[in-house]
Design a protein around this ligand. Structure first.
Ligand code: SAM
Length: 248
């Protein structure tokens, strides 16, 4: 049986690809890609001539079955997405799940991921965090998703589309309050990489300041909710409440 390699590719800067990734991409029999034209540019840049195979999202299941039969015939395959780590808000789950169930070896090759790249330089707590993928497109659902962060105990990382980022920040101010700690990472690893951090209102103002600020690719990070009396044992809270009543 063949082997399936899950290969992370750059999210902007073409130098962010590992030696091992280049070696595997050159050696496999076929590369399954999200958008073959897009990936062709990366392969050409590195003079890799391996054949590409389109793995469209809408027919991913059917394509996954076709790829599985090739793996079962002994072909070695690599899976890449347009940018970053496959399966992270990108196609590939159907294929990996199928392969795991069929006893095909799946080998991950680590590399860029916008969420991790953003988080590690944001200055927000990283000891634990939630990666929440893309926020819902529909306004009501998006608002609800943001409102859920009222009691978040850790940093939350979202991907957001440029056409929605300003609206999302405005909703965030309404749902979580003006002083919520927010970091917006834009155009990571590219020439105009920018981190805008501050209160939700400050980040919203920055977005509105210049139309250029709303263009590009964004990772939105929201800090943990302010520690309220949740950390204080309930007995202590009742005692404090009583004491407060006695204060002049
Ligand atoms: N699989 C990718 C990964 O590992 O990061 C994510 C793919 S998802 C379809 C694309 C989203 O990731 C973009 O809309 C944006 O939110 C984020 N993203 C990708 N590249 C980025 C970059 N260079 N700077 C900021 N955000 C980026």
């Amino acid at each position: 049986k063949g082997c399936l390699y899950i290969v992370a590719t750059p999210i902007g800067n073409l130098q962010d690809i590992s030696q091992r990734a280049l070696h595997v991409l050159a050696e496999v029999d076929l590369i399954a890609a999200e958008d073959t034209r897009h990936s062709q540019k990366l392969l050409s840049h590195y003079q890799i001539n391996t054949r590409l195979y389109a793995l469209h999202d809408h027919n991913e299941k059917q394509r996954a079955e076709q790829l599985l039969s090739r793996l079962e015939q002994g072909m070695n395959l690599a899976l890449i997405s347009d940018a970053g780590t496959p399966l992270i808000s990108d196609p590939g789950y159907a294929l990996v799940n199928l392969c795991r169930n069929a006893g095909i070896q799946v080998v991950p090759l680590p590399g860029p991921c916008a969420a991790i790249t953003a988080l590690c330089a944001a200055g927000l707590p990283t000891d634990k965090f939630t990666f929440a993928g893309f926020l819902p497109v529909k306004q009501v659902a998006r608002r609800e998703a943001l409102a859920c962060l009222k009691s978040a105990e850790m940093t939350t990382v979202f991907y957001e589309a440029p056409r929605r980022v300003e609206e999302t920040l405005a909703m965030l101010v309404e749902e979580l309050g003006e002083s919520t700690a927010v970091v917006l990472a834009k155009e990571l690893t590219k020439t105009f990489e920018t981190f805008c951090s501050g209160t939700a209102t400050q980040v919203l103002d920055w977005l509105r300041e210049d139309a250029v600020h709303q263009k590009g690719e964004f990772v939105l990070m929201v800090g943990p909710a302010e520690q309220s009396n949740l950390d204080i044992p309930p007995e202590a809270v009742s005692l404090l409440t009583l004491l407060m009543q006695e204060l002049p």
